[in-house]
Design a protein around this ligand. Sequence first.
Ligand SMILES: [Zn+2]
Length: 305
Amino acid sequence: MIDRRMFLTGLAALSACGDGRSSQTHQKRMAITIDDFNVGFDIGLSQKDRHENILRAFDAVGHKAAGFVTGSFVNSAWGQEVVLEWLARGHVIANHTWTHAHANKTDKATYLADIRKNQNYLNTLPGTSTYFRFPFLDDGRDRAQQLAFFAGLKSFGLRNAPVTMDSVDWYTTSRLEAALKANPNTNLAPYRDYYVEMCLTLSNHWDDVAQTLGFTSLPHLTLMHHNVLNGHFLEDVLLALRADGWKFVDAAEALAFSDYHPIPHEPTSGRNWLTLKSLEMETEIQPYPEQYIEFGSKRMDALVL
Ligand SMILES: [Zn+2]
């Protein structure tokens, strides 16, 4: 609960920065991060087309993105081909555990071994990175477990990669994939329009939050996944973001932003970095856009998607 005093403190911080925070005068910046790489299935789009479309989308806006790879999902000739092509085309490839386990449900030794196994795999590939992202943004069930995991990451030479904007694409693609399974001729345009609008709204929401917290040109880390939805529409989303004034900053640069690297004050529990930061700073932030509460399920129901 944030009381009125804390809220006013937030407002004072806001006004202290004056007009520099208005959307007209600051550069909105983000890097796209793609998690999981569950590349071994196709629904309405071949695995090859999905892969190529996603890379083509980055090329369309000249962006070098980051892929957080779960090794067991790419443990095939095709998976290797996908990851190697990301590397060859200059994108960051980093660690997302071998099995995509929940940290809070896994004992410390097992979880750290899973990270280590994935890093051993990544180390066999040329030019992989030393970042790590916790699956489900779950970095442990309590402070002691969280600190043990961060100590383990440090001992492996890895750094945590937080998220500032969650596109909720994992839910949106589940609805699209269900529709395509039921009817391969599903009209895709309404899904595209919904996803593009959602990404614009959520990106601008979280950038407004960043402004409130005093991060005037934050290099956002946007969370997406290697899925059918992005195979179809990632390029539409990126072009719409660019038209809306967003600049794509190389993921390697965004990930290195120093404020991202201190250990969070408490277990992340699926929350993004800006939400954690607002709690640390005791600063009231704008409410999450109502139409996307519950992953947008009610809005998608209303739109019959
Ligand atoms: Zn994941």
